[in-house]
Design a protein around this ligand. Structure first.
Ligand code: PEP
Ligand code: MG
Length: 921
């Protein structure tokens, strides 16, 4: 069968439902007609009032865009047939001089990308049909307002004319007739404006670039509705690749390859008088999950007026109390319940009431904060609508990061400067900036900032990403700022009406006070309460309690349930008792990586330096003795904090020069000393020291004297560390505790290295056992972080009780990229050129995954009891965790704050891989 490019939906004026589903479920059809198209069809199918229309598929967008914006054969005919069919069903035609049909043209990708792509409304109006609308509605003002809006939108979206030109013309008109508000302009004024707008079109559209709208060498606003429609569809397709859409997709890990569908739908009007209205709503509170209808509406307005925050909106709960809207308001409440029952989730809705009649313009699974996601998943489970397993699948692990974000310290003392709406929870502190560019600039300098705007627009996205938090003076809880901030997990306070923002002069006055703040002044915002505070409030990390704790318990129950498949454990990377305790509180089942080099910082640095630089054995021995003492204390703390749980201690890994002073700085000191004329003896000592410092420098330290090579060259270091580990374990055992250290050898490349080091480790442990009289059984394993080790894992595994995949090094060496050098130098370029799909240091690369696979298989071949884990950065990344589950790893290990995220991701990986629910978008 030939590919179908257009799908119809909705009941026409003839009462016939023409809905054609693109797939059996929304989850299937959204890939074809996008989320909006799939849900419009679904709403129509379950009998909800949806203005009829048709959707052009995402695949058409991809085919059109990838063939240099040419239409695939036959598609324009299919669209034309759908238009003719729609006109037939409505008994009206686009452009008709007496009773014209008007349509909207909207984008709709498989994943919602709110406000990122383009829309054209009121399409079908022209110089003639505007009179038809006026005649039908008996409302000249409405007719001319609709036409001037259409010209404005079409010019901007389709032809790229600067929107400010139209705003300037509106302002000039208001000044001319002496009014303040757009709503005060008369029908005649708006008719004049429509003419002016057409002039703006004629002057600003390049007739050479747009021959299709050129008449006698001059651009002319197109009067043919079929041409209006084709050009608008092309523009919406084109908006898939606009800058903000690309940024949004990158941020939300949405593939550029999907394309957007286009929905052409009969227009309904919320601006036809006081019995008309428009609004956006959620079936539950998307900020905190409270079970309540949540959203805003505006009487006598068009949809974009709500989202744009131009007029302050009214709460949705009041809708059914507005005269003339009572019935529609009650029907909407019922529809909320129907939608929740049907989709078994919290839904987000756009609706319009046209002269008392309710129309549903959109629904989708509502975006929510992590707090709300947890609360809603729990409520739905309690209401018996979803299982615990489904509840676990409902929360995106990466979202949990929001909850682990800072909050105001409950003990902090502060005075609230002003209040806005609590649009997106969490707290932020930073200096005020007034533009997206300035926010990016601050972030590049590592300076936390708060983006302060009258209201945000899609063009502010990069600044919203860069800022710690967002504060606006206008707009409701469904305004652009609120929706985007919630999606990103950024704290947001919106609609703080006391703020008088003067972005041009970079200052904001707070009415009712004499406070005037300037760019760079530090403020704090609390998106959970709506508070705005002058100065920096101390922030704290929250604890795992309430809904989060419960969902994680459910996730853990799934993980350990042997009847549902293999478990994957979660450990933490920690190297001090405080972090070990924190990770334990967050549910870590052990320490997967204790980087002992981190124990040699601060005042320890001098001791290791004196070991490295000592030129006679006595001094070296003395330094080792001191190190043994402090390391033993370190391990006592670590093992005690993790009593009863495995602690993998990795022997020293970095090249020794990392502990030493920079020889260049030392050379400068030497030159100064020479200038000062220091004594010959003193200068000789300095020169000797410089020579020694130089002798530790390496051209490529990543590949140099580090890892197990260090322990082979300096066996006394290994001996000291193993003695400290075993000694600490013996002491704790004597105290009745249950320490479970394991010793990990870093950067092994050949089995011979492991053999040598392992033998030495065994001897030292034996010695400690003899000395202390305590029986110790300490597993010894190694990191697999060099490609050679991965491919010879079948040999290495014979001498290892466990493998831990170090994907930081494995990625560096697998790719031949040095992380520190490439991450800023060219990875962003590689991502934008799609040479890489994701940053391989964040998400396990498929090629590196093959090395891990070889390593796991080889290890098991050699030793069927071998335990395999991962301790590189990717161990805390939800997408990578899915891959690790499928690769057969026994656990992942990540930083303490990622432990809750990893617990949830690990449970979801298990559910997905064992045929349970699919992962949610
Ligand atoms: C690794 O290489 O993945 C690893 C955990 O070691 P480090 O980051 O300390 O080199
Ligand atoms: Mg490493």
């Amino acid at each position: 069968m030939a590919e179908k490019h257009v799908y119809r939906f909705g009941v026409g004026a003839d009462g016939v439902d023409a809905t054609e589903l693109a797939g059996e479920t929304v989850d299937v059809s959204k890939w074809i007609v996008g989320g909006k198209g799939a849900n419009l069809a679904e709403m129509a199918r379950i009998g909800l009032p949806v203005p009829p229309g048709f959707s052009i598929t995402c695949q058409t967008c991809v085919a059109y865009s990838t063939s240099d914006n040419t239409w695939p054969a036959g598609v324009l005919d299919e669209i034309d047939a759908a238009r003719v069919d729609l006109e037939g069903r409505m008994g009206k035609q686009l452009g008709d001089p007496t009773d014209p049909l008007l349509v909207s043209v909207r984008s709709g990708a498989p994943f919602s990308m709110p406000g990122m792509m383009d829309t054209v409304l009121n399409l079908g109006l022209n110089d003639v049909s505007v009179h038809g609308i006026i005649e039908q509605t008996g409302n000249a003002r409405f007719g001319w307002d609709s036409y001037r809006r259409f010209i404005q939108m079409f010019s901007g979206v389709v032809m790229g004319v600067d929107g400010q030109l139209f705003e300037d013309a509106i302002n000039a008109k208001k000044a001319e007739v002496g009014v303040k508000l757009d709503t005060e302009l008369s029908a005649d004024d708006l008719e004049d404006l429509a003419q002016t707008f057409k002039q703006i079109f004629a002057v600003n559209v390049d007739s050479h670039a747009h021959p299709e709208v050129t008449v006698d060498g001059r651009a002319e606003f197109p009067q043919d509705p079929k041409l209006q429609l084709r050009l608008s569809i092309e523009a919406v397709f084109g908006s898939w690749m606009n800058e903000r859409a690309i940024i949004y997709r990158k941020q939300n890990k949405i593939s550029d390859e999907l394309g957007t569908a286009v929905n052409v739908q009969v227009m309904v009007f919320g601006n036809k008088g006081d019995t008309s209205a428009t609004g956006v709503a959620f079936t539950r509170n998307p900020a905190d999950g409270t079970k309540e209808f949540y959203g805003d509406f505006l009487v006598n307005a068009q949809g974009e007026d709500v989202v744009a925050g131009i007029r302050n909106t009214e709460p949705i709960a009041d809708l059914k109390h507005v005269e003339g809207l009572e019935e529609a308001g009650k029907q909407l409440d019922e529809i909320f319940l129907t939608l929740e029952e049907h989709y078994r989730d919290m839904m987000d809705i756009e609706f319009t009431i046209e002269q008392g009649k309710l129309w549903m313009l959109q629904t989708r699974v509502g975006k929510r904060t992590a707090m709300a996601a947890l609360a809603i998943a729990m409520q739905f489970e309690k209401e018996g609508r979803i299982s615990k397993e489904q509840a676990v699948m409902r929360v995106a692990p990466s979202q949990l990061d929001q909850l682990l974000h800072p909050q105001f310290d409950p003990k902090a003392d502060f005075k609230v400067l002003t209040k806005g709406m609590n649009a997106s929870p969490g707290a932020a502190v930073g200096q005020i900036v007034f533009s997206a560019d300035d926010a990016v600039h601050c972030a590049n300098k590592d300076q936390p900032c708060i983006l302060v705007r009258w209201e945000t627009t899609p063009d502010d996205l990069k600044g919203m990403v860069a800022a710690e938090g967002i504060l606006t003076s206008h707009g409701g809880k469904t305004s652009h700022a609120a929706v985007i901030a919630r999606g990103m997990g950024a704290p947001c306070v919106c609609g703080a009406e006391a703020l008088r923002i003067d972005a041009r002069n970079k200052e904001v006055a707070v009415s009712g006070t004499d406070v005037v703040l300037h760019e760079g002044d530090v403020i704090s915002i609390n998106g959970t309460t709506g508070d705005v505070i002058l100065g920096a409030v101390t922030l704290t990390r929250p604890e795992l309690t309430g809904d989060l704790e419960t969902i994680l318990e459910w996730a853990d129950a799934v993980r350990v349930d042997a009847s549902r498949g293999r478990n994957i454990g979660v450990r933490a990377n920690a190297d001090n008792p405080a972090d070990a305790k924190l990770s334990r509180d967050f549910g870590a089942e052990g320490i997967g990586l204790d980087r002992t080099e981190h124990m040699f910082l601060g005042d320890r640095k001098e001791i290791i330096q004196s070991f490295i630089l000592a030129d006679e054995p006595g001094a070296k021995q003395q330094a080792l003795g001191q190190l043994l003492k402090v390391q033993t204390e370190d391990f006592l703390g670590m093992f005690e904090a993790m009593d009863g749980k495995a602690v993998i201690v990795r022997l020293l890994d970095p090249p020794l020069h990392e502990f030493l002073d920079d020889p260049r700085a030392y050379a400068i000191d030497l030159a100064h000393a020479e200038d000062r004329g220091e004594s010959r003896i003193q200068l000789k000592a300095r020169r000797d020291m410089l020579a020694r410092l130089d002798s530790f420098q390496e051209v490529n330290p990543m590949l140099g004297l580090r890892g197990c090579r260090l322990g082979i060259v300096y066996p006394e270091l290994t001996e000291m560390q193993v003695r400290a580990i075993a000694g600490a374990a013996a002491q704790l055992k004597k105290r009745g505790l249950n320490p479970k250290p394991e010793i990990m050898v870093p950067l092994v490349s050949t089995v011979e290295e492991l053999k040598v080091v392992r033998e030495q480790i065994g001897d030292v442990i034996e010695g400690v056992c003899e000395q202390t009289g305590v029986e110790l059984s300490i597993p010894v394993g190694c990191m697999i972080e060099i490609p050679r080790a991965a491919v010879t894992a079948d040999e290495i595994g014979e001498y290892a009780d466990f493998f831990s995949f170090g994907t930081n090094d494995l990625t560096q060496m697998g790719f031949g990229f040095s992380r520190d050098d490439v991450e800023s130098a060219f990875i962003p370029l590689y991502l934008s050129k799609k040479i890489l799909k994701a940053n391989p240091f964040e998400t396990l690369d498929a090629g590196v995954a093959k090395l891990v696979k070889l390593g796991v298989e080889g290890g098991h071949e050699a030793n069927d009891k071998i335990v395999c884990g991962v301790c590189g950065e990717t161990g805390g990344d939800p997408d990578s965790i899915q891959m690790y589950y499928d690769l057969g790893l026994d656990y992942v290990s990540c930083s303490p704050y990622r432990v809750p995220i990893a617990r949830l991701a690990a449970a979801q990986a298990k559910i997905v891989s064992n045929g349970g629910a699919k992962k949610r978008a």
